[in-house]
Design a binder for this molecule. Structure first.
Ligand SMILES: [Fe+2]
Ligand SMILES: [Fe+2]
Length: 162
């Protein structure tokens, strides 16, 4: 769990890095920057957990670096709303993913469960922010959303195994 979550939060920081490199001076940049800061905090916490528990990071780290950044740049080039649509799609998948993990952990690991549930609240807030900023009005919203959801699920599957 720590491995896949660490990979996911790292991917999130790379996505926002890519989006901010394109949209850094636009109206939506403030919101994106705030979301990126939360992801940096999530990543730092999972990095701690990774070290404390001697968990090997995903072997796919270099892939998530490139894929996350590329996804950020691509969605941002499609426009501010597409960038926000990316957040909605990912946070939907992560909300479910963290929920499933918290349920699986139950009372076996309060420290990890607490981190996961608190981060899940942050991800839900990101989704709400992106929706409030007009994500669903993005051109090709359904297509972008479906593609990114599938991609995120594949990334979770891979990072759990490798
Ligand atoms: Fe996060
Ligand atoms: Fe998030």
């Amino acid at each position: 769990m720590v491995r896949v979550d660490h990979a996911g939060e790292y991917g999130a920081t790379q996505i926002y890095r890519g989006q901010l490199d394109v949209l850094g001076r636009r109206r939506s940049a403030g919101e994106i920057r705030r979301m990126a800061e939360t992801e940096n905090r999530h990543l730092a916490r999972f990095e701690e957990l990774l070290h404390e528990r001697r968990v090997r990071p995903t072997l796919l780290y270099p892939l998530w670096s490139v894929a996350g950044y590329a996804l950020g740049v691509t969605t941002a080039l499609l426009g501010e709303r597409a960038a926000l649509a990316c957040t909605v799609a990912i946070e939907d998948v992560i909300d479910e993913h963290y929920q499933d993990q918290a349920e699986a952990l139950d009372d076996s690991d309060p420290e990890l469960r607490q981190a996961i549930l608190s981060f899940r609240d942050d991800e839900i807030a990101h989704r709400e922010t992106a929706l409030a900023q007009g994500a669903e009005a993005a051109f090709g919203y359904d297509l972008i959303s479906a593609a990114i959801r599938t991609g995120s699920r594949v990334a979770i599957w891979l990072s759990t195994r490798f």
